[in-house]
Ligand binder design. Structure first.
Ligand code: TXA
Ligand code: MG
Length: 307
């Protein structure tokens, strides 16, 4: 099903066999729980206990790209819940009259799908029905907030910014004893070609380092593609300059899927960590296998080829 964030692979959340099939189709690790999509707060309360913090967040952000981790009503641990705003997702929840478990509809490890075509690429060989709701508006997954502890904290940055949640007493990142969302442990979002991520450093801006990297890699016979926000791309490279951080968020995963077919390496100038930039940097960090390069450092030509 389409959602405003990314496409989801939906199953009846109350049917263990259906949920097992979702894990099998995606090749998802069994210890990574699914987000459950509900119609509204009342629907959420059939599954989970809510307090005034949860009710206020749901009241202000639902339907929309905010996922709340809450204690299950049956006492069996926690559940992550969100009410999507995409009209097709809402229709599906309404007509099926049940909560829908739905992870992103990509094969585990691949960039999340933001069009029906992406879903077909990853899951087209399997018996799934794809509802085409057009390209996803946000292009990045929902923000996951843990409300089972005090203070509440962001477990996965996403389409709702940390700044917007700070006003509700939600901490920007899980610290100390609280592990981040299980899903954030895994290698994720990876294009099929090596990815180099450049961040601002004391000796330069990320976008200024694109040129040296592109020239060096090209001279070694690589076909280079670059992604940046609001900066000109080096001459002779493939890729895109997005007009805004929001546009990069919307187009990042689609760009990975496009450019992995045309380039042998993708070099991204990461945006700053403000607003949606925080979620973009989180996805880039994972997609690049946990490596950022600082602008101004010497170009390092060894590329990590996928596993
Ligand atoms: O925007 C989204 O959230 C999309 C669309 C389809 O709604 N869904 C999505 O699902 O991104 P998925 O499965 O790719 O990511 C779910 C994230 C994972 O990081 C998972 O570990 C975390 O939510 N999660 C799920 N249940 C949790 C729980 N009970 N406690 C902590 N984290 C949880
Ligand atoms: Mg996912």
């Amino acid at each position: 099903m389409p959602t405003e964030t990314v496409y989801g692979l939906a199953a009846n959340a109350l049917d263990p066999l259906a949920c097992t099939a979702v894990y099998a189709l995606k090749g998802r690790p069994a210890d990574n729980p699914l987000i459950v999509h509900v119609w509204d707060l009342g629907h959420a309360q059939t599954l989970a206990r809510t307090d005034s913090r949860a009710e206020q967040l749901a009241g202000d952000f639902w339907p929309g790209p905010l996922t709340l981790v809450l204690e299950r009503k049956d006492g069996l641990g926690t559940v992550a819940l969100r009410a999507p705003v995409h009209p097709v997702a809402r229709q599906l929840i309404w007509l099926s009259e049940r909560p829908l478990a739905a992870p992103s509809a990509n094969l585990s490890g691949r960039p999340s799908p933001t069009t029906a075509q992406h879903v077909a690429e990853d899951l087209g060989g399997t018996p799934v029905l794809i509802l085409d709701g057009g390209p996803s508006a946000f292009g990045l997954e929902s923000t996951v907030v843990d409300l089972t502890k005090n203070p509440a904290a962001i477990l996965r940055p996403g389409a709702v910014s940390a700044e917007a949640l700070a006003a509700y007493g939600v901490e920007a990142s899980a610290s100390g004893s609280r592990p981040p969302s299980p899903g954030t442990r895994y290698r994720h979002y990876r294009p099929r070609v090596p990815l180099v991520v450049l961040v601002d450093g004391a000796r330069g801006r990320a976008a200024d380092a694109l040129g040296p990297w592109a020239r060096d890699l090209s001279s070694r016979g690589e076909v280079v593609a670059c992604l940046a926000v609001g900066a000109g791309l080096p001459e002779g490279v493939l890729g895109r300059s997005f007009p805004s951080v929001e546009a990069m968020a919307t187009g990042l995963f689609a760009a990975f899927r496009e450019l992995e077919n045309e380039a042998s390496v993708i070099v991204v100038a990461a945006p700053g960590a403000e607003g949606l930039g925080r979620a973009i940097r989180d996805r880039l960090w994972r997609a690049a296998g946990g490596v950022f390069r600082t602008a101004g450092e010497p170009v390092q030509p060894e590329l990590e080829r996928g596993d």
